[in-house]
Design a binder for this molecule. Structure first.
Ligand SMILES: [Zn+2]
Length: 80
């Protein structure tokens, strides 16, 4: 499934209509989560400015959602 990020780095959650925010960047993918904790993955944008927006969301959200981030990392078998 292909999730598109808007220019502000968010994307609308199809399940509840709230915006999903980037909470982690891993292996060229962005992990997004809405206020109802619906999750999605999207490809990291090719545009440098948009990538910066995404990383800025992650920096703000990462501290609060550290536990979820660790859960995602266990699902990611890319890398090693
Ligand atoms: Zn949702």
């Amino acid at each position: 499934m292909d999730v598109r990020l808007r220019s502000d780095g968010t994307s609308e959650c199809p399940e509840c209509g709230l915006p999903r925010f980037p909470i982690a960047v891993d292996g060229g993918m962005v992990a997004l989560e809405c206020a109802n904790r619906h999750r999605a993955m999207a490809p990291l944008p090719s545009d440098a400015a948009q990538r910066r927006v995404v990383r800025s969301w992650v920096a703000r959200k990462g501290a609060q959602l550290h536990t979820q981030h660790e859960r995602w990392e266990t699902e990611d078998d890319e890398g090693d």
